[in-house]
Design a protein around this ligand. Structure first.
Ligand code: RP5
Length: 169
């Protein structure tokens, strides 16, 4: 009888302030899947579930997470507050929510952290880059991840070179 292989424990935590952020934040999960990095994904709202946010951030390292990707929109306090509660690296994704003033609210809420509590902020809706950056952090100590990142880069390069060839035809 074949056995289902045990799912590897997540090393990246993807969290977001609302279900409405998922359409943006799923790009981080897609990248981690491509790179074969085990992750977990859930909703943690800084304002609507502040105690859940504290529990999540404070338990993250003990549960084996190495990096947290946190996305939020509007008054986007989730990444910064999680960064304040853990010394794991936190990557912030400013999400352009429907009530957003062109996304500047989200960007500035996440980007302008006080000295001593950094959040590595990616571009507006830049969840894919958040996934890659998380992998790059893991790749500093994990040769398999570093190798998968090299392959990912090579695929990107091939795509560009194919476009160049098509234009030159
Ligand atoms: C933030 O408010 C969330 O991160 C989301 O981007 C924004 C809107 O949330 P919903 O009203 O759609 O739940 O907390």
């Amino acid at each position: 009888m074949s056995q289902t292989p045990e799912k590897a424990a997540p090393v990246v935590g993807i969290i977001m302030g609302s279900q409405s952020d998922l359409k943006v934040m799923s790009a981080a999960a897609d990248v981690l899947e491509q790179l074969r990095i085990p992750y977990e994904l859930t909703i943690v709202s800084a304002h609507r579930t502040p105690h859940r946010m504290m529990e999540y951030a404070e338990a993250a390292r003990k549960r084996g997470l190495k990096v947290i990707i946190a996305g939020a929109g509007g008054a986007a306090h989730l990444p910064g507050m999680v960064a304040a509660l853990t010394t794991l690296p936190v990557i912030g994704v400013p999400v352009k929510s429907s009530n957003s003033i062109d996304g500047w609210d989200s960007i500035l809420s996440i980007l302008q952290m006080p000295s001593g509590v950094p959040v590595a902020t990616v571009a507006l809706n830049g969840a894919a880059n958040a996934g890659i950056l998380a992998a790059q952090i893991l790749g500093t100590t994990n040769a398999v991840v570093a190798d998968n990142l090299e392959k990912h880069r090579a695929i990107q390069k091939d795509k560009v070179m194919r476009s160049v060839e098509q234009l030159n035809r």
